[in-house]
Design a protein around this ligand. Structure first.
Ligand code: PLP
Length: 223
C-alpha cells in the first residue's frame, strides 16, 4: 500500500470526530505532499527547524495545513514557533506557558496550547506529572494568561509492545481531561484529547482520544 492508501484506510476505519495528526519527523517533502493529497490537514513536527524547512518547501500548501508542535519547545525557539505553528501541544510548566504567552502577546496573538502529561514515557522527560491537582493548578494559571488559550491535553505514554498496557494511562489522562473541562475555567476551551500513536491509536480512541498522532503506520519505519 502507498502512503495515501494507508492514510485513507485508517481515516475510514476511525470515527469522523477523531483528528489525525501526521508526525512529520524525518519525512521528505514528497511524503508529506502525498499524505496531504490524500486528504490530511494536520501535521505535527518535533523540531522548530525541521518544521520551518517543511513549511517553506510546501509553499502555498503550507497555509492549508494546521501545524502542531509535538516536540519539546526550547525557550530560544518560541518566537519562531509562533510564526509556524497553530497549536503547541507540549506545554509542561507555568514557566514555559508564561514565556510563550509573553511572546505571543508581543505579536497580539492568542496561541492555542495543550498541556503535555508525562504518563511514564521514556521518549521524553517533558510533561507534567499525571496528578490531577498539579494539572488543575497549571490550567488555572494558563487560564489567567491573556495570550494563551488552553484547548487540550496531550500524552505520549510509555513505549510498550502491547498497546493494552497503555489503556490505564489513557484512561487516567481522559479522566483528568474531563475534570479540567468541567471546571469551565475562563479562557479555557478543553476540546482536544491528543493521545495514541501508530501502535496504540485504537486503544486511545476507545479510551476517549479525539486526536491521534501517527507516523510509522502511515509512512513506514523511520531510518
Ligand atoms: C513520532 C511521534 C509520534 C508518532 O509516532 P509513531 O509511533 O511513528 O506513530 C507521535 N507523537 C509524537 C510526539 C512523536 O514524536
Amino acid at each position: 500500500m502507498s502512503i495515501a492508501q494507508r492514510y485513507q484506510k485508517i481515516r475510514k476505519e476511525i470515527p469522523d470526530e477523531v483528528t489525525i495528526v501526521l508526525a512529520g519527523k524525518t519525512r521528505t517533502r514528497e511524503e508529506i505532499e502525498e499524505v496531504i493529497e490524500a486528504g490530511a490537514t494536520e501535521i505535527g513536527e518535533n523540531y522548530v527547524q525541521e518544521a520551518e524547512r517543511m513549511h517553506s518547501s510546501l509553499g502555498e500548501k503550507a497555509g492549508e495545513i494546521t501545524w502542531h508542535m509535538i516536540g519539546s519547545l526550547q525557550k530560544n525557539k518560541i518566537n519562531k514557533a509562533l510564526q509556524i505553528f497553530d497549536v503547541i501541544q507540549t506545554v509542561g510548566s507555568l514557566h514555559q506557558a508564561a514565556d510563550i504567552g509573553e511572546r505571543a502577546g508581543r505579536t497580539g496573538r492568542i496561541m492555542p496550547v495543550y498541556i503535555e502529561i508525562n504518563i511514564g514515557s521514556e521518549f521524553t522527560k517533558a510533561g507534567v506529572e499525571p496528578e490531577y491537582e498539579v494539572i488543575e493548578n497549571l490550567s488555572r494559571e494558563i487560564s489567567g494568561l491573556e495570550n494563551l488559550r488552553l484547548e487540550g491535553l496531550m500524552t505520549m505514554g510509555p513505549r510498550s509492545g502491547n498497546p493494552e498496557d497503555l489503556r490505564p494511562c489513557f484512561r487516567r489522562t481522559r479522566d483528568i481531561f474531563e475534570r479540567i473541562r468541567d471546571c469551565n475555567l475562563p479562557g479555557v476551551n478543553m476540546k482536544t484529547l491528543s493521545m495514541g500513536m501508530s501502535n496504540s491509536y485504537r486503544v486511545a480512541i476507545e479510551e476517549g482520544a479525539n486526536m491521534i498522532r501517527l507516523g510509522t503506520i502511515i509512512f513506514g519505519e523511520r531510518e
